[in-house]
Design a protein around this ligand. Structure first.
Ligand code: MSP
Length: 512
């Protein structure tokens, strides 16, 4: 698999600080990028912020500051949060940056020159918080069908993109590219939506109503609709205007991770925009579910928001990442409840993994003078363990590529439990008492090597704690990952140390 791996998160609105939903998508992208790197693939992970539009304008106004100040302040909050959550993005794009503004400008001009944009009369209903126009029949009880809030009646001249012209093309494209929209139930949802006639897309706002946005290059009385501006970030960052080679290698491999609430914008607006501009499509648009709290989507207005850093402070960043990745079946909604975080923490991390690290390093220190033992002739059980771990990376990668991430993690955890069982059965403490030191050495080497491999496969999810495991095992990862993923990397004679529990059983709930 030599194609580059290009993964994106949605770019987040800077009207408010990051919450669990944002943290979830960003950690997920980080983890998938981590697995791609482990497979030796060239990886580009993009995240950023969506800074124009009514929402940001209004948030700034409420605080008596300029939208740019609002954006600058919130960007820091996002960047700090990502740093604290150990996110390793390759690029952070802000839609107010010059490199992005010039892409929006270029694409609009191009579509205008090609006759893909026209001046028309917009009449309809507008939802300010969602920045979405709705037709009469979209409304639910006269309110916005997406958020249920009241809508405003609006009639004004505006620019339109001829989206309707691409309806049949889009249907055909989705049908002939089964991996384009995933999971398949979201794909069917989009195809269902496309059974109704598709309208044209209003892509401007008069400056007199909203002045926070990118000017329409051919009419400065208007700014660009925030979604038309925002979606283009995905091509800006890959060098669309300034690095053709990079663009053509990365762009067709794009995997857009999004929440299910922004499925239409990504799988209807975006593909038709690209098609009209003569550009190719991303590889996959993957919509994940929502984190639900007390039966409803977490949202600030419902005051049921979980602050990601609060939980990371209590359980540790890595444990928090592990929880989010293992507790959601990608695509489906998941109920967030802190008891589940605590249960998983105790069973998977404190018990299965943490305990193994502690016990094993302790035994190596006691029975092998604190250095990695030299294995001798393996038994059937040793060979079985080796065989399992030799095949493990491939099995995990296949699940991750199929975006069955929680199953991939479950497989690694089952393998960790397998190491515990292996140690129980071999009982090195009895072998030691019997004076069978060759067996002690062989068993502890096999267990430690298996633990090293399990840790490497958990590294994308828990980068810091896994590095600590390597350190305790006396292993320095270097060289290509393919080599690191092969059995037999621990060097006999390296210093092994026991440290404080990696995932302490006692949790300080006051740490949030
Ligand atoms: N700015 C747009 C995206 C433009 S992308 C070209 C936007 N921003 S957002 O900040 O409102 O939301 C970003 C993401 O957070 C969405 O994918 C949304 O699904 C996700 N989440 C917000 N709340 C969520 C949960 N409660 N659970 C999981 N993710 C949710 O939309």
């Amino acid at each position: 698999m030599n194609e580059p791996f290009y993964i994106t998160t949605p770019i987040y609105y800077v009207n408010d600080e990051p919450h669990l939903g944002h943290a979830y998508t960003t950690i997920l992208a980080d983890v998938l990028a981590g697995y791609a790197r482990l497979q030796g693939r060239e990886t580009f992970f993009l995240t950023g912020t969506d800074e124009h539009g009514q929402k940001v304008h209004d948030a700034a106004q409420r605080r008596g500051i300029s939208p740019q100040e609002q954006a600058d302040e919130m960007v820091l909050r996002f960047e700090q949060t990502w740093q604290r959550l150990h996110i390793r993005y390759d690029d952070f794009i802000r839609t107010t940056e010059a490199r992005h503004v010039s892409v929006v400008d270029t694409v609009l001009q191009k579509l205008w020159d090609k006759g893909e944009i026209y001046l028309g009369e917009y009449e309809g209903w507008y939802c300010v918080p969602d920045e979405r126009y709705w037709t009469e029949k979209d409304l639910v009880d006269g309110n916005c069908p997406a958020c249920g809030r009241p809508v405003e009646r609006i009639a004004e001249p505006n620019y339109f993109f001829k989206m309707s012209a691409y309806q049949q093309w889009l249907i055909d494209y989705i049908i002939s590219h089964p991996d384009f929209i995933r999971p398949d139930y979201r794909r069917n949802e989009v195809l269902g939506f496309l059974r109704q006639p598709l309208g044209d897309l209003c892509i401007s706002r008069p400056v007199s109503r909203l002045n926070w946005g990118i000017p329409i290059p051919f009419d400065h009385d208007y700014i660009t609709y925030v979604w038309f501006d925002a979606l283009l970030n995905y091509i800006t960052a890959t060098g669309y205007l300034n690095d053709q080679d990079r663009f053509s290698s990365l762009w067709p491999n794009a995997l857009h991770l999004i929440g299910k609430d922004i499925l239409t914008t990504h799988s209807v607006y975006w593909p038709t925009m690209l098609q009209a501009a003569g550009l190719s499509q991303p590889k996959t648009i993957f919509a994940h579910g929502w984190w639900i709290s007390r039966g409803t989507k977490m949202s600030k207005s419902l005051a049921n928001v979980v602050k990601p850093l609060d939980l990371a402070n209590v359980y540790g960043v890595d444990a928090f990442r592990y929880f989010l990745m293992s507790d959601m079946t990608l695509g489906r909604d998941a109920d967030f409840n802190e008891e589940r975080v605590a249960v998983r923490y105790q069973s998977d991390l404190a018990n299965d993994l943490g305990n193994l690290v502690h016990r094993l390093t302790n035994m190596i220190v006691r029975y092998c003078d604190g250095s990695t033992p030299t294995p001798s002739k393996p038994s059937l059980e040793d060979d079985a363990l080796k065989l399992h771990f030799t095949g493990l990376p491939q099995s995990v990668f296949e699940l991750v590529e199929a975006l069955s991430l929680n199953e991939g993690l479950e497989l690694v955890m089952t393998s960790v439990r397998e190491i515990n069982r292996y140690i129980e059965q071999a009982a090195p403490w009895s072998l030691y008492k019997e004076g069978n030191f060759l067996r002690v050495n062989t068993v502890l080497y096999h267990a430690a090597e298996a633990l090293r491999m399990a840790s490497l496969l958990l590294q994308p999810v828990m980068p810091e704690q896994m590095k600590e495991i390597y350190r305790r095992l006396g292993w320095q990862p270097d060289g290509a990952y393919v080599d690191q993923l092969a059995w037999g990397q621990l060097r006999p004679g390296s210093a092994v140390t026991v440290g404080a529990p990696l995932f302490p059983r006692e949790i300080n709930l006051e740490a949030r």
